[in-house]
Ligand binder design. Structure first.
Ligand SMILES: [Mn+2]
Length: 303
């Protein structure tokens, strides 16, 4: 569901291995992959799940990448036969270890890093399509090589990918510097909505249904918007509320001091990473904001 650049990059990243081994495969996800990733080779191989596939397609082997729980995969799990072998590749902190084999490495910066390690273990060279895809996963999940997960290992892998032919300037441009006018309008709305709480330690922002239901609102990719409230001096944690339907919201929560936002998202049935998590909360924007601030306030008090 809603695969990000690491999810898509990792899946495309492993196709080079599968091809090399002469395997037949299909790339299936619940939601349409982000258009901005369409520059990646083999992107067109992705198919979006639909119910008519059930019974028509079935698999005895599945590789599920960058998803902490089987629930997060959605419809495609219905194509996996009972007793099938599942390889679970992931780096989420509290993964469900739902695979027959679990290649779950919470210390990894990105699932793409784990995919790359499979190449290395098998002694297989990266083909350029897979190298580009793995680089995308690495770049997206390290916040453009900026977060604290940007380790020596990450740079060493990036260097190997560049040696394999990846052009960092080209990829950065495609990923981050080809936004739409709608994106700028939405960003303006986010900036206008920013509020500070708890003496400036927490910042909130939102996009309401009135905007998100317009054609411009529907077209916009809000990934990274939460970094706007987060990047204010003194702010330890920030959240962005997106009212996707009347009375229903999707929330992104971020921290830059180690305040565990995974715990905060989990309080609402969501989850993710210590510094980056998400959840869905029912209610109007003011209600959701109040609920979140109550839980965040608790966490701040316990520090
Ligand atoms: Mn990831």
């Amino acid at each position: 569901m809603n695969p990000d650049g690491d999810g898509i990059g990792s899946v495309l990243g492993i196709t080079g291995l599968l091809r090399g081994l002469g395997k037949k495969y299909a790339l299936i996800c619940e939601d349409k992959p982000q258009e901005k990733l369409s520059f990646l080779e083999r992107f067109d191989e992705f198919v979006v799940f639909d119910k008519t596939m059930v019974g028509r397609l079935s698999f005895d082997h599945a590789i599920i990448i960058d998803s902490p729980f089987l629930d997060r995969v959605g419809g495609p799990t219905r194509l996996v036969n009972k007793g099938a072998q599942i390889l679970n590749i992931d780096h989420h902190v509290d993964g469900g270890y739902f695979g027959t084999v679990n290649l779950v490495v919470p210390q990894a910066a990105a699932s793409a890093q784990i995919v790359a390690s499979v190449y290395e273990r098998m002694g297989v060279e990266f083909d350029i399509a897979s190298a580009n895809a793995i680089y995308v996963g690495l770049s997206v999940d390290t916040g453009r090589f900026r977060y604290s997960n940007t380790t020596e290992e990450v740079f060493k892998l990036a260097a190997r990918l560049v040696a394999a032919g990846v052009k960092p300037d080209v990829i950065s441009d495609k990923l981050y510097y080809q936004t739409s006018m709608e994106n700028k309008v939405a960003m303006a709305g986010v900036l206008k909505s920013i509020e500070l709480h708890f003496g400036g330690r927490v910042a909130s922002a939102f996009l309401d249904y009135e905007f998100l239901s317009t054609p411009a609102g529907k077209a916009v990719d809000t990934e990274g918007f939460v970094n706007q409230p987060l990047s204010i001096k003194g702010v330890e944690a920030a959240f962005l509320i997106r009212e996707t339907e009347k009375g229903k919201t999707r929330v992104s929560v971020r921290s830059r001091t180690g305040l565990d936002v995974n715990k905060i998202a989990r309080a609402f049935g969501g989850g993710g990473h210590v510094k980056a998590s998400g959840c869905k909360i029912a209610g109007s924007i003011p209600e959701v904001k109040e609920k979140l601030l109550a839980v965040i306030g608790e966490s701040l008090n316990h520090r």
